[in-house]
Each structure stands twice: as C-alpha cells, then as structure tokens.
Write a protein that binds this ligand. Structure first.
Ligand code: ZN
Length: 126
C-alpha cells in the first residue's frame, strides 16, 4: 500500500472508531423519527455543485456524528464535520435546516476550501 492509501485507510479506521464511541443519535434526540441530509459540495468560486448526494440517516442505529469526507481525492486531512450544526437544529426540533462548511484540508500547497452545503429534513414523533 502506498502512503496515501495507508493514510486514507487510517483515517477511515479512525472515523469508524469515533463513530462507534459517539453517543447514538436516538439518545441525543429521542423524538427524532427520520432524517435526510441533502449534500452539495463545490469548489470555491464555482457556483454550481460538483458533487451532490442525499444521505438518509437510519435514526435507530446512527451515531450522533455527521462527518462527510472531502470529495477531492488529493485533499489531505480534509472533510466536513457537520455534527454540531445538525445536532443543534435537531435538538431545537427544526423540520428543515441548512448550513455550510468549508474544508480545511490541503491540496498540494494550497488550502482546499471546498464548500459543503447541507439541507436537513427531519420528522419527529409527537
Ligand atoms: Zn478538501
């Protein structure tokens, strides 16, 4: 395995460990029934999204942790940690919420600065 692959593997293992150790989403937000995150990532200065996908969260099993890896394979130590913003919105019982996060990783000698925009849609038990 080359260094980059090993680094990526280490980061994956590390993320899995933190997910396993994180509190469960259902414990943090007991009334949460369903959660969907629409994610769009774009490079700085470019208006249209380059990468977009929908993440459906399996509330019963999900960790209370929302981290999205940077979609640029050459980005080092990048990624988006949406945990605090998403949890705050869910604790407030928001049905829809949105936010942005800028990647702080490095691409070559430059900072990555890809921007991840998320829109959350949640339903709650009465
Ligand atoms: Zn990045």
């Amino acid at each position: 395995m080359n260094r980059r692959n090993r680094d990526a593997a280490n980061r994956f293992t590390e993320r899995r460990r933190r997910e396993d150790e994180s509190p469960r989403l259902q414990t943090e937000v007991p009334k949460l029934d369903d959660l969907r995150l629409d994610l769009e990532e774009r490079r700085p200065g470019i208006v249209s999204a380059e990468v977009s996908h929908i993440r459906r969260v399996v509330v019963a099993h999900a960790p209370a942790m929302f981290e999205v890896p940077c979609s640029d394979p050459s980005c080092l130590d990048g990624g988006h940690d949406l945990t605090s913003g998403v949890l705050r919105a869910l604790r407030q019982g928001n049905v829809t919420f949105e936010g942005e996060d800028t990647c702080l990783g490095q691409v070559g000698n430059a900072s990555c600065e890809r921007i991840l925009r998320y829109v959350g849609t949640a339903t709650y038990r009465a």
